[in-house]
Design a protein around this ligand. Structure first.
Ligand code: EPU
Length: 313
């Protein structure tokens, strides 16, 4: 062993080889995996090391390895609320894409769902079983893990309102289950999941007539189709403020249609930045800065980003 730090690239290659040797063949590990296509905004650089563990025990192996080697980890969900910078993400990017993480099992009015389950699938499974109260999930284009991590919401409802208990794994690879009443949450945030991995949740609904559920689902879809853009985006860019919803503010400031490179403030909804197909993360970040600076200068309002911004320039 020499005292010199190895070159980052070699180091990453060595780490990937070591981690790969610890994992079962059913887990997937890749070097320099492009991530733009794994996000809804479709910008950003690659993952230095990308892993899809086959199940919870494989995930525990990855987490323990990263902790022991001091390798940063990033949990990638459906990438629907995410802006990855153009230099990509260093360390290990973990995606719970294996079937073991995406189960949705119904028990009375409860649904036990894995973190990899799509919110839309959860909402539709609930409908099939006559369980109401989860319709709002249909309109959120992500999976459960991401929705738990940011307490995602739509139609004036929040993810944790529907959670009975949360399953998560700490960075030592130990799984826990905790009643939702013992988990702190806030608007667009669940601090516990900043340093632990969501494995899934027990969601609670209520028996409802099928036609009520269908009407509510249709209302959610209608709202989304008519008020949100269809082009690639990361959803709402900014958190709403107490004074005014961020989209309304951007609209009032006359910023709709403002463009930097391939990034444009949507004409449909002011809180969305769309990618015209040629945007880079740098374009999107510059546009975000224009909106924030204008909101502060003209209305004295500090806009805070809701999307997660990660990676290297
Ligand atoms: N508005 C405008 N101009 C615009 C956009 C909105 O005047 O360009 C007005 C609307 O007319 C409405 C108000 O602003 O009076 C609020 O707009 P909207 O009803 O579209 O809801 P929102 O607060 O902008 C929130 C969530 C969305 C979620 C919708 C639908 C936040 C930051 N956003 O949007 O979530 O889909 O409600 O329930 O809380 C996301 O998290 O990525 C997201 C898109």
């Amino acid at each position: 062993m020499t005292a010199c730090a190895p070159e980052p690239v070699t180091h990453a290659a060595d780490l990937a080889a070591e981690l790969g040797a610890l994992l079962a063949p059913a887990s997937l590990l890749r070097r320099n995996e492009p991530l733009a296509r794994r996000t809804t905004l479709r910008v950003g650089g690659p993952a230095e090391i990308y892993v899809e563990p086959a199940d919870e025990s494989e995930l525990a192996v990855v987490l323990r390895f990263c902790r022991e080697r001091d390798v940063p980890i990033f949990m990638l969900g459906r990438g629907s609320n995410l802006l990855i910078r153009d230099g990509g993400i260093r360390g290990v990017v973990i995606h719970l894409g294996a079937v073991a993480f995406s189960r949705v099992e119904v028990d009375g009015e409860l649904l036990r769902c894995g973190a990899g389950a799509k919110l839309k699938d959860i909402a539709l499974t609930a409908k099939r079983h006559g369980i109401g109260g989860l319709e709002f999930l249909e309109g959120i284009p992500g999976n459960l893990g991401g929705a738990l991590r940011m307490n995602a919401g739509a139609m004036n409802a929040w993810t944790f309102e529907a959670v009975a208990s949360l399953r998560f794994m700490d960075y030592n690879g130990v799984a826990h289950e905790r009643a939702a009443s013992d988990v702190d949450t806030a608007y667009r945030s669940c601090p516990l999941l900043k340093s632990a991995v969501a494995l899934g949740a027990l969601l609670k609904g209520r028996q409802s007539p099928r036609e009520h559920i269908e009407a509510k689902l249709a209302e959610c879809q209608q709202k989304r189709w008519t008020s949100q853009p269809k082009e690639p985006s990361a959803g709402c860019v900014f958190k709403n403020t107490k004074a005014v919803p961020a989209g309304k503010l951007v609209d009032e400031l006359g910023l709709k249609g403002t463009r930097v490179g391939g990034a444009v403030v949507s004409d449909v909804h002011g809180n969305f930045i769309i990618n015209d197909g040629t945007a880079t993360a740098r374009d999107v970040l510059a546009l975000i800065e224009i909106v924030r600076t204008t909101a502060l200068a003209e209305r004295g309002i500090e806009l805070e980003t809701e999307i997660e911004i990660v990676g290297e320039d």
